[in-house]
Design a binder for this molecule. Sequence first.
Ligand code: AHR
Length: 658
Amino acid sequence: MLPRILIVFVICTATIGIFAQPMTLTINTDQIKSDVQPTMWGIFFEDINFAADGGLYAELIKNRSFEFSKPLMGWKEFGADPYATTSKAGTTNIISGGDDSNPRYAEIITNRTDGYALSNEGFRGIGVKKDMEYNFSVLAKCPQQSHPKFKIQLVDSNEAVIGETTIDPSGDTWKPYKAIIRATHTEAKASLKLLFEGIGVVDIDLVSLFPSDTWKKRPNGMRADLVQLLADMKPGFMRFPGGCIVEGRELATRYQWKKTVGTVEKRKLSINRWNTEFTHRPAPDYFQSFGLGFFEYFQLSEDIGAEPLPILSCGMACQFNTGELAPIDELDPYIQDALDLIEFANGPVTSAWGKVRKEMGHEAPFNLKYIGVGNEQWGPQYIERYKVFSSAIKAKDPSIKIVSSAGPFPEGELFDYASSELAQLHTDIVDEHYYNKPEWFFKNSSRYDNYDRNGPKIFAGEYAAQSVGTVNPANKNNWDCALSEAAFMTGLERNADVVYMASYAPLFAHAEGWQWTPDLIWFDNLNSYGTPNYYVQKLFSNFKGTNLLSVLDNNENVSGQKGIYASAVLDKSSNKVIMKIVNNNATKQTGELKLDGKKKFKPTGKVITLSSDNGDDVNSFETPRFIAPKDNSLALKSNRMGFELQPKSFSVYVLDLQ
Ligand code: AHR
């Protein structure tokens, strides 16, 4: 029997031995495993959490055409004297019966000279910035000789005027009127007041207010700060418009891209499925104006260098809701939508849909290469419909890659059935979704190590670690979750011969209007910030490389041994070798990296690190870069380098080749 003191000594040295033993990782830079697809890391856009109207789409007026189910939702009437015993200063009548895409307008009747007003509350307020110009526009007509004067005011939350202008409509035909308002103050909760002075009648529709600093200063444009966050990611693709929103609660409310193109006033409003989806986060004022429609999505993809990846309804409403099915022999209109979309994106301007693209301002094709058939569908009904879509799309254009769905879960009966059927059909790319606890992401970093190399390629289409549980409103975008996603992503990267695309979901959330958390980017009416998860995505994407290398520890992939996860790529275009490495230990880890092969390295490089000691840490409007990348230089000698990984950290080593 060993004396107690010796036992303690043996245990201590064994423990120190295990943890203090520096790792030696090896990258052989001559052994290229496969290409890394330029589409590897992308973005998933869905109009959830007020991501489009009230978010990316910079329109500041809610219910601008009076088409919400309650036509005056978002609008408030003001008489000159709300306590007056005499008749009201004016009335707003909602007149129906216009064309199908824009059936209503507002008729304003003023009875007294002392003023009547309508004000719009915006999306949880209107955010305006001091000295910024705002472009006001309205469609108006004056059916009678006598009509009131029209003053437009931006007012702050105390009703103080912080900018104003006037227009002077006339004549009995609809005409657009425009004016510019300069804001004298910054205010997150402004509203827009339309003041009608004098007696008479004026009809109004499409009341609109845009900041002048939209992305690329485009009219009907997008919020520049939000697009910039996307552009900074350098995404390889952009998936749109979702998500469950593609499917609709029932078929009638599915996303129909043809209703989202052409002039803005002709785009027919639809209820947003997230309006009613969660009783714990109701959003009765959530509708889709489609001001941000398919043309704008294609244009945005082009602007940020991302391949457009539209996902279309396959004749199945959301199976978590009604699951309504279009019968197989009635799929034609759905299939025609897919074929016409190819023409809209890629067709000559002499074709019917190519002409629409040209008229909207884009003569050149958008170069569409991918189409998704259905979002999160499952069961034999999906496979049946998928087959019909696939043959029609391939017949129209065999070069289009089709994205099919493995259903909502990453394992289980539905997943197994879909995966095996889709493999037998030799589908191009299968979309898998994973919403799970951080532990799942760490554990699944080797998920694709043994996937069939001859099967369909994988689109990791929606994933996000859930700090509490899926769909739980207490979920946070905390460091624990972001770190687990980074570990999982090293596994995606290590299998870049199988995984062709990946995107975090959802992308955006309005701080006061969200339904689903966690989300990659949070914004309010004035500001926005990237979460720690955003910086993980951005680092993978910015350093995606062109070719896969292996990084080995004792000839094994680095996938959780000693709490370390790693992957490596070569970037032929910038002549660099890049290693991404996660330390999930609460302690620092040291090691050495050996760079085998003929390539020689410059003596210096850099390491970019994201880390935090506290897994609960988050970014916020107050501290938007609390967890954000930090750069440090590093030294190499004879193709070797020592490394020190911070506790709970994700690091990107960027090494320059000679
Ligand atoms: O990302 C939120 C939702 O999660 C998507 O709409 C859906 O595809 C998934 O269930």
